[in-house]
Design a protein around this ligand. Structure first.
Ligand SMILES: Cc1cc2nc3c(=O)[nH]c(=O)nc-3n(C[C@H](O)[C@H](O)[C@H](O)COP(=O)(O)O)c2cc1C
Length: 168
């Protein structure tokens, strides 16, 4: 099936459902053409600085972070329920250790000049606008910091402009 571009406001599903329940892949490509991806279920979509944006949160040890930081752009892709086990795998194994994309049988294709997966049903192409580390001293609710950062591996927050949204 062909990708068809839509406006961000035409996305029918709630971001709570898309990100929190269906999960998404964060994918980026280095200049040498190599691609890495990881599953994410934390993030957001909204409006900031007069732009439609997404928010993504990536821990420092993720191999995908290198790709996102080098490319300064990334895609979010969403899949139907039948791919949930593949997303669970891509969220457990690191691309540092194996070619996990090939392992799950996903095909990378270019959409709007960025890497997406043929198996996805929605793709959002994003350009990084702003990055900031989550810092322990900024928590108003200390229990959250204790719960989620026992290894002190604070996420990098990415605010990225939505350049294009595609659906199949
Ligand atoms: C459902 C689910 C949600 C996840 N959400 C995030 C997330 O939002 N941020 C993050 O840094 N890691 C998240 N992870 C963990 C990464 O996907 C996982 O560590 C992955 O293996 C990293 O792959 P990489 O090293 O190839 O980048 C999630 C994992 C799963 C299974």
């Amino acid at each position: 099936m062909e990708w068809k571009q839509i406006e961000p406001c035409q996305l029918k599903e709630s971001p709570f459902e898309m990100i929190g329940n269906q999960w998404m892949l964060i994918t980026a490509q280095k200049p040498d053409g190599s691609v890495n991806t990881m599953t994410a279920s934390w993030g957001g979509m909204g409006v900031l600085w007069g732009k439609n944006v997404v928010f993504a949160f990536i821990r420092p040890q993720r191999y995908t972070k290198e790709f996102v930081d080098t490319a300064k752009e990334f895609t979010l892709t969403f899949f139907d329920e039948s791919y949930k086990k593949d997303l669970a795998y891509l969220g457990k194994v690191s691309g540092k250790d194996e070619d996990k994309i090939a392992k799950v049988g996903f095909q990378v294709e270019q959409c709007h000049g960025a890497p997406v997966f043929q198996q996805a049903s929605t793709a959002i192409v994003c350009k990084t606008l702003y990055t900031q580390w989550i810092t322990p001293e900024n928590f108003e609710e200390a229990a959250l910091e204790e719960k989620w950062y026992t290894d002190k591996d604070y996420h990098m927050m990415y605010v990225a402009e939505i350049e294009a949204v595609y659906q199949k």
